[in-house]
Design a protein around this ligand. Structure first.
Ligand code: AGP
Length: 608
């Protein structure tokens, strides 16, 4: 969603602000802007469209001040335009602000401010915040901002400048991420770590309600009651290159190819020498698990699809019923969550506001909670009783790939761990799965050799207007992820269907012009799957099968097959999704789309 940066120091503020915004481009945006203090006032430059538009503007009208803030906007209130772009100032640009999130009560605040004589330039909720600061100004920057925070509702990360105090930035957050990068004679503010990684590896992660007063030589953090907070410096361990493309043409391709390593990193810390599974930070026992009657998995998009696969894992290994809910629906479904519910939230970014809200609701109803996330110290990790990390490294492309497969790995390991503790599965099964895990990175490398094959398939599929993804059981959940990937990258309509359900209506849509992708890895439903493939072939559809390399039968039923190595059926989803990721990538590329930043989408969705 929106990206935020701030700088105060001896350097030229605009250099960091632009560089930082560039590193946050992956979040998705429609306009950008910066504000820099110079010649006794705050200069604001902003531009609709890509960052290059802002850079060109700054080249024409350079700003050389040493303190400033910047923003990439993803429109929520008011269309993308120069005027609606951030930063926003009050009537005299005395207080200037950048914001990520939504001010929910901005309408009523705006009405009151207009009655008091304030004139608004933009349609945004954010501009209200700057005018409020002007209205509530008591001569003390910090105390004024506290007053502003006491009247706004909603979610936000905010960074303020005050033209009367041109050596200070004030920032705060609620339900949106914000970090402070600590430098020598300079400090940085950003909504995400990649923005600062080339400047410092030492950061503070702000918690909800905390307010930081940032100057070039000092950072003072206060809690919501105004008491000083002693923050722990966190060291960033991943390299700057990890956030770069490393020679790949796109982040998405790089991230697809990083899956063997990401999966190895994620798995190996959870395996014991005795061939069992461990989660060191979970203090579960057989007894504590007996107190769980049901499990709720809630998440959005790709992470939700991981949850759908996990339902199969958990129910089979623990015999505990699992409900999987789209996070944005959960809160409004009058949930039957209780203190005997374990809520598992899955989120790559750890900042998706729908997922965070669902987690808070489940906790309010008494549930215990675990977060599975790729983002250490994220809001969702901190809000949960315990956090388990997918060690995928930074995922920059909007389309999730390595985060998804590492989520599947963690969910499978966690299910086995629960089964192991509850003694609902045999030791032999755990040992067998551990052996499968050990060879999984190599198996993924084999599937990646289908790269060229998928490029050829993509060439044919770019003509299609609709593509159906079919599967039964776990393969249906994987088909859903395959279809989502194709939609978001290629903009071709794709739909996943439970293969047995197609004949109850949707089969009417199948024609020779409707390519089908059929995932067939689950033995129990294999014969039925073959029949379902026959049904679509009989309507003239081309069928690309995804199945095991030794499944000679599948080859007979389909037009063409993509082979994955024979693995345990619980592991197969981690392999069968990879050709679908490659297909989406190549289809998007061949259609000339910006695959890393697909239209209308953002990497981290921090609005409801
Ligand atoms: C998938 O490719 C998308 N980027 C999207 O569905 C994503 O998985 C969803 O927005 C949830 O994000 P999260 O994992 O960061 O919570």
């Amino acid at each position: 969603m929106c990206g935020i940066v701030g700088y105060v120091g001896d350097g030229k503020a605009s250099d960091f602000l632009i560089e930082g915004l560039r590193r946050l481009e992956y979040r998705g945006y429609d306009s950008s802007g910066i504000a820099v203090f110079e010649n006794g006032k705050i200069e604001i430059k902003k531009k609709q469209g890509r960052l290059i538009n802002l850079e060109n503007l700054i080249k024409e009208m350079p700003v050389s001040g040493h303190i400033g803030i910047g923003h990439t906007r993803w429109a929520t209130h008011g269309k993308p335009s120069d005027i609606n772009a951030h930063p926003h100032g009050d009537s005299h640009n005395r207080f200037v602000v950048v914001h990520n999130g939504i001010i929910e009560n901005y309408m009523e605040l705006k009405k009151k401010l207009i009655q008091k004589g304030h004139t608004f330039k933009s349609e945004t909720d954010t501009e209200v915040v700057a005018h409020l600061a002007e209205d509530l100004d008591d001569g003390d920057f910090l105390s004024t901002i506290k007053k502003v925070l006491s009247v706004i509702d909603g979610s936000y990360s905010l960074v303020f400048m005050d033209a009367e105090q041109p050596d200070t930035l004030i920032c705060t957050k609620k339900d949106n991420p914000l970090i402070i990068g600590l430098g020598e004679k300079e400090n940085f503010i950003a909504s995400d770590i990649p923005a600062v990684i080339n400047y410092t590896r030492r950061i503070y992660i702000l918690n909800d309600g905390e307010i930081a007063v940032v100057k070039k030589d000092s950072v003072h953090v206060y809690d919501a009651d105004g008491l000083p907070v002693s923050k722990k410096v966190q060291e960033i361990t991943w390299s700057a290159e990890a956030a770069e493309k490393n020679g790949y043409p796109h982040f998405m391709m790089k991230e697809i190819y990083e899956q063997p390593k990401a999966i190895y990193d994620t798995i190996h810390i959870h395996l014991t020498k005795d061939g069992e599974v461990k989660f060191d930070n979970l203090n579960w026992t057989k007894n504590s698990l007996e107190s769980i009657d049901n499990i709720l998995i809630t998440a959005c998009g790709t992470a939700y699809h991981a949850g759908l696969v996990a339902k199969h894992y958990i129910e089979q290994f623990t015999k505990i019923p699992v409900q999987v809910e789209i996070a944005s629906e959960y809160r409004y479904s009058k949930p039957l969550t209780t203190a005997r519910t374990l809520c598992i939230v899955v989120s790559q970014s750890g900042e998706t506001i729908d997922t965070l809200a669902a987690l808070k609701e489940a906790k309010r109803l008494g549930a215990q909670s675990i977060a599975i996330t790729n983002s250490i110290g994220s809001s969702i990790a901190r809000e949960s009783d315990a956090a388990i990390y997918t060690l995928a490294g930074p995922e920059i492309a909007v389309a999730s790939t390595k985060a998804y497969t590492t989520q599947l790995v963690i969910l499978l390991l966690l299910s086995l761990y629960m089964g192991q503790l509850k003694e609902t599965i045999s030791k032999e099964l755990v040992h067998h799965m551990v052996e499968e895990f050990k060879v999984l990175p190599k198996q993924i490398e084999k599937v990646l050799t289908e790269n060229k094959h998928m490029e050829k398939v993509a060439q044919r599929f770019i003509q299609a207007e609709d593509i159906f993804y079919l599967g039964r059981s776990i393969d249906y959940a994987i088909a859903m992820e395959g279809a989502l990937k194709l939609k978001e990258i290629s903009y071709i309509h794709a739909e996943a269907y439970a293969a047995g359900e197609l004949k109850h209506g949707t089969l009417a849509l199948i024609t020779p012009d409707t390519p089908i992708i059929a995932v067939a890895t689950q033995e129990e439903v294999m014969a039925k799957m073959y029949s379902n493939i026959e049904e679509v072939r009989a309507r003239g559809a081309e069928v690309l099968g995804i199945g095991y390399d030794d499944d000679a039968e599948l080859e007979k039923y389909t037009t063409e097959i993509v082979k994955i190595p024979r693995v345990d059926e619980f592991i197969s989803p981690i392999l069968s999704v990879i050709p679908m990721q490659l297909l989406a990538y190549y289809t998007g590329i061949k259609k000339g789309n910006d695959v890393d930043k697909p239209r209308n989408l953002a990497k981290s969705v921090t609005v409801e």
